[in-house]
Design a protein around this ligand. Sequence first.
Ligand SMILES: Nc1nc2c(ncn2[C@@H]2O[C@H](COP(=O)(O)OP(=O)(O)OP(=O)(O)O)[C@@H](O)[C@H]2O)c(=O)[nH]1
Ligand SMILES: [Mg+2]
Length: 366
Amino acid sequence: MRVGVIGIGQAGGRVADHLTYHSLWGKHQGIVPFALAVNSAQADLLGLKTIQKKDRLLVGQTVVKGHGVGLNRKVGAKVAKHGLHSIMHAVTEKVIHHVDAFLVIAGLGGGTGSRGAPVVISKIRQVYEEPIYFVGVLPSEDEGKLMAMNSIECLQEIDGMVNGILLFDNDVWKKEGLPLETGYGIMNHELVKPLPLMLGAGETANDRVGIKVVDASDIIDSWEGFSYIGYSELKAKTARDRLFFFKKKSSIDQLSPAMRCYTAIRNAATLRLTGECDIKKAKKALMIIAGPPDELNMEGFSHAKSWLESCIATPEVRGGDCPIRGWDSVAGMVMLSGYTEIPRLGVSINNVKPPVSMRASAFEAE
Ligand SMILES: Nc1nc2c(ncn2[C@@H]2O[C@H](COP(=O)(O)OP(=O)(O)OP(=O)(O)O)[C@@H](O)[C@H]2O)c(=O)[nH]1
Ligand SMILES: [Mg+2]
C-alpha cells in the first residue's frame, strides 16, 4: 500500500521523516511516494534528515514567528487555518503520484500536531476519496494533564473523519535515564519498524511474491478504530549455519521453521505492542510473516492464524507472507484493531470509519 505521508508538529515530522528513510533505503522501497512535514516551529523542521527541504512547510509565521505554539491548541487552530492553503497546495501537487491512502502523523499532546491534524484531515476528506489513516503518539503520564487533554480533544475531533488510528504510547516505550533526543530516536525506530513490512508486503516488484499476498485491501479491511502494532524478529538458519551443523545451537536455532513462524507471530502479538491493550478485545487482526523464502512455513503460518483467531473477540484475521531473499531473520508483525477506548485517558470514539453519505455531502459542498 502506497501512502502519502503528512507529518505535523515535532513528533509527526520526525516519525514521517523516519518512515520516509525506510521507503528510500529499507527492504520495502517506494511505500511513501511523497512525504510532507508541517510545523510552526522552524527548528523542528531544520532537524529533519530525509524529507526534502522543499517539502518541509513552515506554517503560521505571522502568528508565532516560527517558534511553535507551546501546547496551546487555540493558537494551533490559528496556525492551521493560516497554513491550510499552502498545505493543501503541496498535497495537490504531490497526489499526481499514485497513492492508495493518506497517512497523517502527529503527537497528540502538543498544539501544532494535535490541532493541525484534524484541520488537515478534514480538508483531505473533502477533496480526496482515498482512505485516511492517522498515527497518533500518546503522551506519557508524566507529561501532565494538559497533554492528556490535548490528546482527548484531538481524538474526538478526528473521530468519524479517518478510517483508522494507530496509537503509539510514549508511556509504554519511554526510556528512563536517556537524553530526550536519544529516547525519542529509539521510540521512533520502534514505531516505524513494523510499518514498512505492513505497507510493503503486497508491493513486491521483481522479488519473489508471497504465497498469500497482503494487499492494500487487506490492510484497509483490517484497520479500523484504535489499533496497535507488534513486531518480533527471530534469527533464521543461514546457509552458513547449515554448513556448520555441529556448532552449538541456541534454543531458537533448534526451533523448526513451522515453530519459528508461529513464535514470531505470537511474540509480535503478545510481547510488546505500541500501546497497552487487551488482545481479547481486538475486533480484527492483520498478521504478516516475513523472511527468507525457505523459512516461510505455511503450517506455522496457519497455526499462528488459528491461535490469533482464538485470542481476539471475533475471528476476523487477515494475513499473508512476504519472502525477503538474503535476509537472516524471520519477522512477525501483528496489528490488533477495532478498539474504541483508551482506558488510560478515559477516551472513547464512536465511529471511526466515515460513513459514505458524509463523503458524498463533502463533495456536494465543494
Ligand atoms: N515518540 C515520540 N514522541 C515525541 C517526539 N517528539 C515529541 N514527542 C511527543 O509528542 C507530544 C507532542 O509534542 P510535539 O510533537 O513537540 O508537539 P507539536 O505538535 O510540535 O506542538 P507544539 O510543540 O505545541 O507546537 C509530546 O507527548 C512529546 O513527548 C518524538 O520524536 N517521538
Ligand atoms: Mg513542538
